[in-house]
Design a protein around this ligand. Structure first.
Ligand code: PDD
Length: 286
């Protein structure tokens, strides 16, 4: 089966899915995106992803490319046409096409919309969660507006490549004070020796992950002690457990940070329980 992408009003074969060279996303990373999990062909937490998309767009003064309900139809159609069972759907909105000039176009242009979807093996992801993953730490050299989910991801790209070069799956950014902020494409968590779940507050330095929000709800229902506060690399290394959250990973146990084993070096029970319960708490679409 050949893949299909939605590009500015048309469903086209993936190989022919093109945007203009003067798309401001291409030239300035002037755009935002969302990644939504698809499970059994249904969108997971679509409402929250749509809300965050709207927020990101409004922070950059880009209009929604179409009404939310129409966009939801497009997402479903791309999922359907690509026969996605378990996987993800990717949505990108850029300011549109205009002659290159840093300031916004003076005559309004239509925002550009691209939607793609693909299958991701659930079995592979579950096997990875059972084994746990390694992360490395890198200095957080990003801009301050990391609350906006922009396609300007060069520091994240370089961080993830550093992780790969060092044989790890993810990189955790560390701010100037020595606190872990978040991963290149995920939020970071630890479980302290006392069993308290700790993750940085979404008020500064991180993207407010949808998976993070749902995991906090699941933790509350499970009556786990939770603290939203910064934690250092040293605290993470001394933690009982560590894990990360993202729409593409759900809850993924971390067993090693910069080569140092966390806890007993195996995925922890809290992370695995939160992963197992995640989809009971998430909103699953129709
Ligand atoms: N990234 N922090 C960053 C920097 C991210 O890029 C992401 C997600 C998250 C987790 O957010 P959520 O739980 O809403 O997926 C946190 C997506 C998956 C990506 O770039 O592929």
């Amino acid at each position: 089966m050949s893949r299909i992408a939605y590009v500015n009003g048309r469903y086209v074969p993936h190989a022919h899915a093109m945007v203009h060279v003067e798309d401001r996303g291409y030239q300035f990373a002037d755009g935002v995106y969302e990644v939504c999990e698809v499970r059994d062909g249904k969108l997971v937490d679509e409402r929250r992803h749509m809300e965050r998309l709207q927020r990101s767009l409004s922070e950059l003064r880009i209009a929604m490319p179409m009404a939310t309900n129409s966009l939801r139809v497009v997402l479903r159609e791309v999922v359907r046409q690509n026969l996605v069972g378990d996987g993800l759907v990717y949505v990108q909105v850029t300011r549109g096409v205009a002659r290159r000039d840093h300031a916004f176009p003076t005559t309004p242009v239509k925002p550009a919309l691209v939607v793609t979807a693909r299958n991701v093996s659930r079995a592979k992801s579950d096997a990875q969660a059972e084994a746990g993953i390694s992360v490395v730490t890198v200095p957080d050299n990003r801009w301050k507006r990391v609350d906006i989910k922009t396609v300007g991801l060069l520091p994240n790209v370089l961080a993830r490549q550093t992780a790969r070069d060092r044989g790890a799956r993810e990189a955790w950014f560390v701010d100037r004070e020595g606190f872990i902020t978040e991963g290149a494409s995920s939020n970071a968590w630890i479980v302290t020796a006392a069993g308290t779940l700790v993750t940085r507050s979404a008020n500064s330095g991180i993207l407010r992950g949808i998976t993070r929000t749902v995991t906090l709800e699941a933790a509350g229902i499970a009556k786990l002690a939770v603290e939203e506060r910064p934690f250092t690399v040293a605290e993470a290394m001394a933690a009982k457990e560590a894990f990360l959250t993202a729409a593409t990973q759900i809850v993924m146990p971390v067993i090693e940070i910069d080569g140092k084993k966390i806890g007993d070096g195996r995925p922890g029970p809290v992370a695995l329980a939160l992963r197992a319960r995640f989809h009971d708490k998430a909103e699953i679409g129709d």
